[in-house]
Design a protein around this ligand. Structure first.
Ligand SMILES: [Zn+2]
Length: 63
């Protein structure tokens, strides 16, 4: 697990947006629909290493 404090210092390398820890331990960027892997306790913030995730409905539901 990545601590919230550490997570707050991280940003998506593509859009510079905030990352959200997923249930599987990866770090997700919802605007980019990417999930970056975490190997050990080290986040791998490389677009080439990230996997595609489906766009969430909550994104469209925002006011
Ligand atoms: Zn992004």
């Amino acid at each position: 697990m990545i601590s919230d404090k550490f997570l707050a210092m991280l940003a998506c390398p593509v859009c510079k947006g905030e990352l959200v820890q997923s249930d599987t331990g990866g770090l997700r960027c919802y605007p980019c629909c990417l999930e970056y892997p975490v190997k050990g306790d080290i986040p791998v913030l490389l677009p080439d290493e990230a996997k595609r995730i489906p766009r969430l409905d909550t994104e469209a539901a925002k006011p």
